[in-house]
Design a binder for this molecule. Structure first.
Ligand code: PLP
Length: 407
């Protein structure tokens, strides 16, 4: 639990140390509910209050009780940070106003002339910030197939300071070997950062495999209810945390207390939600794999998935995201995603409700068709974020949408 009301160890620059989360020997289901949270010592209130507050009374100049100003530190955010540090098996966490705010803060560690190696199928926003923002600051990125370790080694340069990976990736659910890629990064004296948004700490903890930084879009499974935007960085190294904290405070993309509260409310139920997401996704993947209208299913839980064995080793379960190829045209796939009712046609993922989208017409429409096809993103590809509704309703919904597309 965090000692938010008597923390005396705030760094001089005001960046508050979350401290190593205790209860580390407890199970993740217990830590999801209790880590970083204890009843308010003044009132006994069980839930962390929403500290809607910008500044804090000082007892004498510089004599504060751990908080001076809410960009630098806010008690609601502190509890969320302690909770996330515990879930990701880290010592420290930092929260941001979006996943991109978190990713930007990792890139703040770089200087002009530095080089980044990143997966060629990373999140679109990550690709954009690297190629359209940091490229302008003379930070060059090489995008490679991170399942091909020789290609990753070949891409490393003397100036490489960061290896950025995601696993499983979007939308084809490729699984990357975190331990092997962290080793390659470290051989080149680079940091290894893993975007753990798709798997969540309930299914996969990259720090345990040697990664240096975990990035999360709290907008997705950790918030879990499609009602807030947020991001986090988790590390197991105090010095690295202090460097990130300097940029967190200097750049100022920090979440407000209400958003912090919403995510903290979400993390309590992460394990039960993820269990259902995984169970439903597995059942749906098997149903789709047997379906005549579907030519291919991408879900790491299926034995037919090329990375199934690695996924089984690295992850505790296979997650709630899957893609499949409708045996049909771009138009037929568009009809399917437009006709579903249990699945809402929308980008994003990780909420309790099922979502559906067509990468070729939506998230990946900007990629020229030839390039898109070469990357395996066919016209009929459909991605779903499998929610926690009853899986039979999902199957019936997809069936009626397939039927509509055939008419
Ligand atoms: C959504 C997402 C992000 C960006 O997070 P925001 O909260 O939207 O800024 C980064 N990585 C992955 C894998 C995502 O799905």
């Amino acid at each position: 639990m965090s000692d938010r009301h008597d923390e005396g160890e705030t760094a001089d620059d005001g960046a508050d140390a979350v401290g190593s989360p205790d209860g580390g020997d407890r199970h993740i289901e217990t830590r999801a509910i209790h880590a970083g949270q204890e009843p308010d010592p003044e009132t006994g209130a069980l839930m962390t209050p929403i500290h809607a507050n910008s500044t804090y009374k000082q007892d004498g100049p510089g004599e504060h009780r751990g908080y001076e100003y809410s960009r630098t530190g806010n008690p609601t955010r502190t509890d969320l940070e302690a909770n996330l540090a515990s879930l990701e098996s880290g010592s420290h966490a930092r929260c941001f106003s979006s996943g991109m705010g978190a990713i930007n803060t990792v890139l703040n560690l770089l200087s002009a002339g530095d080089h980044v190696v990143a997966g060629d199928d990373v999140y679109g926003g990550t690709h954009r910030i690297l190629t359209q923002v940091y490229d302008e600051y003379d930070v060059d990125t090489t995008f490679v197939d991170t399942t091909d370790h020789d290609a990753v080694r070949a891409a490393m340069r003397d100036e490489t300071e960061l290896v950025w990976i995601e696993t499983p990736t979007n939308p084809l659910m490729n699984v990357n070997d975190i331990g092997a890629l962290a080793d390659i990064a470290h051989e080149g004296d680079a940091l290894c950062a893993v975007d753990n948004t798709f798997a969540t700490p309930y299914l996969q903890r990259p720090l345990e495999h040697g990664a240096d930084i975990v990035s999360q879009s709290l907008t997705k499974y950790l918030g879990g209810h499609s009602d807030t935007i947020g991001g986090a960085l988790i590390v197991d190294d105090e010095e690295l945390d202090e460097r990130l904290g300097f940029y967190q405070n200097s750049v100022g993309a920090t979440p407000g207390p209400f958003d912090s509260f919403l995510v903290l409310r979400g993390t309590k139920t992460l394990p039960v939600r993820m269990d259902r997401h995984c169970e439903n996704a597995m059942s749906l993947a098997e149903w789709l794999e047997d379906h005549d209208d579907v030519s291919r299913v991408y879900y790491p839980g299926l034995e037919s998935h090329p990375d199934h064995e690695l996924a089984a080793e690295q992850m505790d379960d296979f997650g709630g995201m899957l893609s499949f190829e409708l045996d049909g045209t771009l138009e037929e796939a568009s009809t399917v995603v437009s006709e579903t009712e249990v699945f809402t046609l929308a980008e994003s993922l990780g909420g309790v409700e099922s979502l559906i989208e067509q990468p070729a017409a939506m998230t990946h429409a900007a990629i020229p068709r030839e390039e898109r096809l070469a990357a395996g993103l066919t016209d009929g590809l459909i991605r779903v974020s499998v929610g926690i509704e009853h899986v039979d309703d999902m199957k019936a919904d997809l069936q009626q949408a397939f039927d509509a597309a055939r008419q």
